[in-house]
Design a protein around this ligand. Sequence first.
Ligand code: TGC
Ligand code: FAD
Length: 389
Amino acid sequence: TDTTRITDYYLLDDLLSDEHKMIRASIRQAIRKDVRPFVEDAAQRHQQIDGLMQTLGEIGALGACIPAEYGGGGLDQVAYGVIMQELEAVDSAVRSAASVQSSLVMYPIFMYGSEEQKRKFLPELASGNLVGAFGLTEPNHGSDPRSMETTLRKDGVGYRLNGAKMWITNAPICDMAVVWAKDEESRVRGVLVQNGMDGFTRKETLHKWSLRASCTGELIFNEVYITEGDLLLGVDNMAGPLSCLNSARYGISWGVIGAAVDCYQTALRYALERMQFGKPIASYQLQQRKFSEMLTEITKAQLLAWRLGVLKDEGRASPQQISMAKRNNVQMALEVARESRQILGAMGIVGDFPIMRHLMNLESVSTYEGTHDIHLLITGQDVTGISAF
Ligand code: TGC
Ligand code: FAD
């Protein structure tokens, strides 16, 4: 038996349908052929992967849960999770691209947009012909988006959008963005901003040590004219952006397992071959403890993600349950990446292996979509009934 292949220790595949397994196999095969060969170079050069969104569209990795009539996959939540896991096994930047497009751009248009907006944007986003971005975070408001300063002011029959969003995935290359702003009654409104609108500019954030194969940047609005048709009329409070986060955070809870497994398998293969003191390093108890603990934590994370997916499919997953899984699984993946890097010794720091890249990526994943601390406070509030924010 090739022990490095065993990462489904509790035979959780039995919990997946044949369709889930088929989707996983097809995404795995495509992503490893069409994207993985280019990831390391893109990350080293701090450039996004050429044509990534279109590739993701072609292989069916965008809008998995959006109905087929709008170009989506019409799949269930577990299928979405399985897809995210395959993407993040390659690189968190790849999963990030799909998370933003599917959960943060397509989802709000589907949930809160008009029929016209759905028909106009969803098929183009699903195919990857359009790249979307999600603007919630601002320079002065990250964990506390409710205090946002971006405004939507009435101007004749339309509105004027002013403000700035920061740390926005795909901002520099986006064709359109779902942007959250406060109107004059302090209601939180969703606005569809398109590239080319007067007063809308984008700026790239440089020198990142993390998610280097993904581009991040600012969205800046200076008196951008917005019509009624550019607004998402189905929501006017924080539940709008926060509901999108539920979907993306859920995807991350699956995705990071992919990154963790990639690190674990790499380290195990290495430890079985690397000889020190005349024996493979995998034969030493200290290293075996690391592998045992990593596999235990991976297995617990798999169970959490799978169960959350089932609850989500039944419409029973609470935001607080999603927070618990996002926080736990990202922390698990970070620890697995760190341990795996140690096991490779000096070899752990070079790009010949994917571990350091995963490790650096996961630092961002632990911050975005709600920080490690914020998710703990969400659980704390749920347990005690007292907000500690
Ligand atoms: P709070 O007063 O608790 O709630 C305000 C209203 O929203 C409702 N709500 C939710 N609805 C749906 N889903 C959720 N998860 C919800 N959480 C709260 C709530 O019921 C209430 O509704 P109503 O009708 O009673 O008014 O909200 P708060 O302002 O005190 O904030 C709570 C807090 C801190 C948990 C929230 O602000 C938060 O989650 N902060 C973290 C910010 C965050 O996660 N930002 C992510 C930005 S996007 C991103 O990072 C993309 S990375 C993309 C990638 O590359 O993958
Ligand atoms: P802050 O909120 O300033 O937090 C700083 C520290 O203080 C953290 O450790 C936090 O846990 C802690 N803290 C904050 N409040 C409390 C409290 N009440 N109690 C205890 N500790 C607290 N945002 C988008 O809208 N769209 C995107 O596409 C997007 N993509 C991103 C891509 C990358 C690569 C990164 C790094 C971020 C991205 N973000 C995006 C932003 C991300 O969501 C924020 O960085 C995140 O929400 C945290 O906000 P902040 O960085 O301002 O940190």
